[in-house]
Write a protein of this length. Structure first.
Length: 212
């Protein structure tokens, strides 16, 4: 029997390598979008991270005819009513640099006493039928008054993780993967992946019988 296929709905090669490494113990063929002819991008206009992850996964699964996995994540700041939230990547404009994004955030946070915030990640696996399973992770922290650290990306230099009293830009990638929102969501995915494979196979068998 051929291995079941799962396509990662991104052209980010780093994410593809990470997913293949994470699920290397499972009997599955993980593909990237570059393995297929170009397809239109999904419109990410959802109100939550889960909404956007589902839109990307479902859009890809329906167009390619195989199950697809997508993720969406960002930073939510309580004093700003959850902003930048789903707009995290475009908070300072479509083509803004990481520095421009976190500097805008620091400007918006000026004078705010409540610095609490959290990173959230949603992962969704969708079938061509539209059925889906979701996984999530969250990491609580606080917004610093100035950027600190040399590593990481995005808002990492201004996100302090209290248990370590360091920003995400100050801790190692290995440590970050254990405690981050994305690391937690990926861990949940791996923990439940055997049941996901059974769900995918059941759906594939049902679709096969339907078309006979």
């Amino acid at each position: 029997m051929n291995k079941p296929a799962l396509v990662l709905a991104t052209r980010n090669k780093g994410k593809l390598i990470e997913l293949r490494r994470l699920l290397s113990d499972f009997d599955i063929n993980i593909k990237g979008l570059d393995d297929f002819s170009p397809i239109p991008e999904a419109e990410e206009d959802g109100k939550t991270f889960k909404d956007n992850a589902y839109k990307k996964a479902c859009h890809t699964a329906k167009l390619l005819g195989i199950p697809a996995l997508a993720d969406d994540s960002g930073l939510a700041v309580n004093a700003l009513g959850g902003e930048p939230g789903v707009h995290s990547a475009r908070y300072a404009g479509e083509y803004a640099s990481d520095e421009e994004k976190y500097n805008k955030l620091l400007k918006e946070m000026k004078g705010q006493k409540d610095r609490s915030a959290y990173f959230e990640c949603a992962i969704v696996i969708a079938l061509p039928s539209g059925k889906s399973k979701s996984f999530s992770g969250r990491c609580e922290g606080t917004i610093t008054f100035e950027p600190t650290g040399e590593d990481g990306f995005g808002y990492d230099p201004v996100f302090l993780y209290p248990p370590l009293n360091q920003t995400f830009s100050q801790i190692s990638l290995e440590e970050k993967n254990k405690i981050s929102h994305r690391g937690k969501a990926m861990a949940e995915l791996k923990e439940k992946f055997n049941s996901v494979l059974k769900w995918m196979e059941k759906s594939r068998s049902a679709a096969s019988r339907k078309h006979k």
